[in-house]
Unconditional design. Structure first.
Length: 161
């Protein structure tokens, strides 16, 4: 089974969570589509601000290569900003093209909330014809940890045994 984990991370929390989930997916061949902002914090904020204004030029080459035809499962992971995922999530879903009939999992990372963003993500991919088989949020004020993400990955993995 082929799985694509598409995630956005600015500080590394969502990346760490995505990798922990992937570590438990022993029944899957996992690939990543990371959108990872690097550099100084102010530089990251400037790119994030461009994303919020629907300017995705900083990641255009990556978005143009996004093809999900060969994947059996797509996992979407996004941080939560003001009870919603960053706008780059919508752009990733739009660029994936024909998602109809695919299976997906959505997760969010958040300091305090995360539920509204997770539910938004679920609704957005379902609009594209995707069957969401699971959803969750990983929430922690400081250090997120990976124990719950590994447990979640095992839960996904067990569905294919």
């Amino acid at each position: 089974m082929k799985t694509l984990i598409a995630y956005f991370t600015m500080g590394g929390r969502t990346k760490k969570t995505a990798e922990a989930i992937a570590s438990a997916l022993t029944n899957y061949n996992v690939s990543y589509f990371p959108v990872q902002l690097t550099g100084k914090f102010i530089e990251k904020l400037k790119i994030l601000d461009k994303f919020e204004k629907n300017d995705f030029s900083a990641i255009e080459p990556e978005l143009n290569t996004l093809d999900v035809a060969s994947y059996d499962l797509i996992i979407f992971g996004m941080p939560t900003y003001g009870s919603k995922p960053p706008k780059v999530f919508d752009e990733i879903v739009a660029r994936m093209g024909n998602l109809s009939g695919k299976r997906a999992v959505v997760f969010t990372t958040a300091r305090f909330t995360g539920g509204k963003a997770r539910d938004y993500m679920k609704a957005k991919v379902e609009e594209a014809g995707v069957q969401v088989i699971d959803k969750t949020k990983f929430r922690r004020v400081f250090w997120l940890g990976v124990k719950n993400a590994i447990k979640f990955g095992k839960q996904i993995n067990e569905r294919q045994e």
